[in-house]
Design a protein. Structure first.
Length: 173
């Protein structure tokens, strides 16, 4: 790891879902912000105990447009369990992220989400384009939550004020 300088700013590019297979792979849910030029040999980071821990991509195998299996170094099975649910990050200054052009629903990032009673839930951190089930990631007081973003649940969107009002199903917060 000699010569690796820790970045000042990070961009989330995927969520680590779980370990995958016996070869040290991790299943990733890839965000729209995945840099087109991020590939084998590049450094990624995961916040562990509040500190950015670097991982080099040893190999990556795409499983469609929003899933991939990646093998990182260093790796051990205990670490794989600890990383499940965490975000994979890249140095913001090193990559031009695909989502930077703010195409599609990514324009909602930064909008503030309110519930039906106009209680603040938190800012939108990302858009997850699951087939038949679009969702938004929101930085709620309790941590990052994923909320469905189906048309029938969107009560209003105020683009000028950057506010989204949602009917949030019971049990999601």
């Amino acid at each position: 790891m000699s010569g690796l300088a820790l970045p000042k700013e990070f961009s989330p590019v995927a969520r680590i879902v779980k370990s995958y297979g016996a070869g040290g792979g991790l299943l990733l849910r890839v965000y729209n912000s995945w840099p087109e030029d991020l590939d084998e040999g590049d450094w990624t980071f995961v916040h562990v105990d509040g500190l950015p821990v670097p991982f080099s991509i040893q190999s990556i195998e795409w499983k469609g447009s929003s899933k991939a299996v990646a093998v990182f170094r260093p790796y051990n099975s205990r670490l794989a369990e600890e990383l499940a649910g965490k975000e994979l990050l890249v140095d913001s200054s090193c990559f031009e992220c695909a989502g930077d052009a703010a195409t599609g629903m990514d324009v909602l990032v930064g909008f503030t989400v309110y519930d039906r009673d106009m209680r603040v839930i938190g800012p939108v951190a990302g858009f997850l384009d699951y087939p038949g089930n679009p969702c938004i990631e929101v930085e709620a007081a309790s941590g990052r939550v994923v909320l469905p973003f189906a048309e029938q649940l969107v009560l209003s969107i105020d683009e000028e004020s950057r506010i989204i009002c949602l009917e949030i199903p019971d049990g999601l917060l």
